[in-house]
Write a protein that binds this ligand. Sequence first.
Ligand code: C2E
Ligand code: MG
Ligand code: MG
Length: 448
Amino acid sequence: MAFREQFAVPIPIHAAIFPAMSGESVTAPGATLSRSEFLRQLEVCTGQPACAAQGQWLVGVVAIQDLPRIRMVFGDGCAEAVVQALARRLKHTATGNTAVARLDDHRFAILREQAGSPEQVQQALQRLLQRLAERTSREDGLDVQPRLRLGATLYPLEQGSPEVLLASASAALEIFEQAVALSVPATRDAVEARTRMERDLRRALHRGEFALYYQPVIDGRHGRVVSAEALIRWHHPLLGVVKPDRFIPLAEEIGLIEPLGRWILESACQTLGAWLREGLGLRMSVNLSVRQFQTEGLVEFIAGLLRQHAIPPGYLEVEITETAMVADGEAATGLLEALRALGVRIAIDDFGTGYSSFSYLRRLQVDRLKIDREFVDRVSVLPQHAAICRSLLTLAREIGLDVTAEGAECPADIRVLSDQGCELFQGFYYSPPLPVEDFQAFLRRPGE
Ligand code: C2E
Ligand code: MG
Ligand code: MG
């Protein structure tokens, strides 16, 4: 049986809007088109001002993601039945003017009028895909439920030739991870920006574009600096200084956090070693991200740095967030126990914003809690914040932990926390994170 007859489905196609369909050379209305017929159809639609004025056109590519698996496990017959069922379902689920083409073994193209904003279209497509997948298995009596994905674009939001529009829908399918991916200029811009960022980030380490800044931690009782937190900055050649929130998650995702994390530890220990040799007697805190817990040999690496720079282990503190503790509890526990055995100190960062599970405070011998700046902010005027800080300080005192208040910006807040027994502060009131030379100048300021 010819391919087209085999998959022919009566698709409601309006000849006035789909004039290409009425010509002799083109298959009968309702058939599954070939790729070139589909492109001709698309050309007609996008080329007609009347059509464009009527609304927008959706160009989509539906793929049976797991067809090779279905073929391997259930055989060719079953795989073809799934494909045929999908072709039928595309017709039944489609409403209005819709053209369907089989692009290759496991992909169909669809063209239809589709009103709505990109967000609304995204939702409609999500529902469409769900219906397609369910019915393809249930109503066709197949035992397998294929995994479907859909990439799409919208004309005239997205401009270009029929080939470009179809390529854009296919690219959305390939690039994005979600089941329904709509490529419109805004999403493409976001993907482009991310791709550029990723490329730049991979180069940044070799190009020496990272720097550690140091933020002083102050003992509020006498105003002296007792330690520094190392905070990374990326000097991007075009964007200027990029904050870690914008690139640490990306570095984690692309596996760059391991070399970057090692660089951070190396630089921080080098600076700390130099400070100790100068007799400064400051501690250094370094943030560890959740992915770094999985770094092979991290504890040995840290032990080597401490030896190399002659740092007594108690001068190094690692900060991990509660969320990281919870996300990877076992890896975190093992790593922290090993670090603790080395004599390195452990601080829980952003305390109060995660799950605040007290069990790890007991299990791990944590040395310090850092009260998140969310609670420190306006503690002098918001009774709720005051109550939270008071109870955290009481808890810390009872179980013998140090406490640092993060984000100390205002003297009234600092006074309230001092009265509640908080001794250490870190925040813009004293100093923002500084490049190493400025940090050293800060140490030499009058009164220090
Ligand atoms: P964090 O460890 O909680 O660091 C404190 C953040 O609060 C820093 O932001 C700091 O600049 C900011 N901050 C300090 N004082 C104040 C204040 O008074 N007011 C306000 N509004 N903000 C204040 P930064 O440097 O942008 O870092 C953000 C987060 O990125 C850090 O939060 C940390 O989780 C992560 N991070 C920074 N450096 C590193 C690093 O070297 N490695 C890893 N894994 N993560 C890092
Ligand atoms: Mg921190
Ligand atoms: Mg913090």
